[in-house]
Design a protein around this ligand. Structure first.
Ligand SMILES: C[S@@+](CC[C@H](N)C(=O)[O-])C[C@H]1O[C@@H](n2cnc3c(N)ncnc32)[C@H](O)[C@@H]1O
Length: 276
């Protein structure tokens, strides 16, 4: 099955620790960004909202507390391993499996007022999010909004020289940074440039009223964000069965207490509207 083949390519884990890490990331992003839906996106009775590649479904679960019960909330992911059991879901939330890079099922075409997607840096292939943008747009009805939330890795790299973790004071955090920059998600160079260019990509695909906003993680949360990043790379090391990388992560973690940080991600939100 095509969906299963793609699924095997996922570079992170899907066990309870990975789910807890994703849920934590959701709340860390929300704390920094300050909202779930960009304020331009108005919620009204009976709306349909989708979260594609929804992971644990936490964005929808959280959103369900903010919107009227008449709003339909539908989540899709290539794997259902991290979904809460359906018996725990509010009545207006449904979660299903879908390969979002394959043909869009007919019943989903033009179905949604809002389509949201988040944290696909390690999922988008060859630095090209086009298939995602096209498919997500086709799920929108006219006037509907696409909202994409990501970690702005290229913007973060651009300021690496200002990293507070100097090689002399924090050699292991520095080694971790180097590994992360040079091998994990940065190869080949520029592979993640699509993130900073997402607004332009939206426009190229015909979305209107495009807005792109990058947020700073407050200094007081730098350690907390660094810990989350260490967890991500630890998962990556497990998937690769790379004991050396696991050791790099562990040693970098031991330097946190002395002040080593790598305030990763810099959340970015891009929104655009279909055919207005
Ligand atoms: C890093 S997680 C982000 C999950 C969620 N969006 C969040 O912000 O917590 C990436 C998700 O993309 C899903 N995924 C990967 N390839 C996919 C595909 N082709 N179609 C749908 N989901 C996919 C993975 O299963 C995983 O749940």
């Amino acid at each position: 099955m095509a969906a299963q083949q793609q699924d095997n390519e996922y570079v992170l884990r899907r066990d309870y620790a990975a789910s807890a890490r994703l849920n934590l990331q959701h709340y860390q992003m929300k704390e920094t960004i300050g909202y779930l839906l960009h304020p331009d996106i108005r919620v009204s009775e009976g709306m349909r909202i989708a979260d594609i590649a929804c992971g644990t479904g936490m964005w929808l679960l959280d959103l369900s507390s903010e919107v009227p019960e008449s709003v339909t909330l539908e989540g899709f992911d290539i794997s259902d391993d991290q979904f809460p059991h359906m018996s725990y879901l509010p009545k207006n939330i449904k979660l299903k499996t879908l390969d979002a890079t394959g043909p869009v099922p007919e019943e989903l075409v033009g179905r949604y007022d809002v389509v949201h997607v988040a944290l696909l840096t390690l999922v988008v292939k060859d630095g090209e999010p086009g298939v995602w943008i096209r498919n997500l747009m086709s799920m929108l009805e006219q006037g509907g909004y696409l909202q994409w939330q990501e970690g702005n890795m290229p913007a973060h790299i651009a300021r690496q020289t200002a990293s507070p973790s100097s090689p002399t004071d924090f050699p292991h955090m520095h080694a971790f940074e180097q590994y992360h920059l040079n091998t994990l998600s940065m190869q080949p160079p520029g592979i993640n440039d699509w993130i900073t260019e997402l607004g332009e990509r939206f426009e190229k695909h015909g979305l209107k009223d495009v807005k792109q906003l990058t947020y700073e993680v407050p200094r007081k949360y730098w350690r907390a964000w660094t810990e989350t990043l260490l967890l991500i790379v630890e998962e990556f090391a497990d998937r690769l069965d790379n004991a050396g990388l696991r050791e790099v992560v562990k040693r970098a973690g031991a330097e946190l207490k002395k002040g080593a940080v790598r305030p990763n991600l810099m959340p970015i939100i891009v929104i655009g509207r279909k055919g207005v």
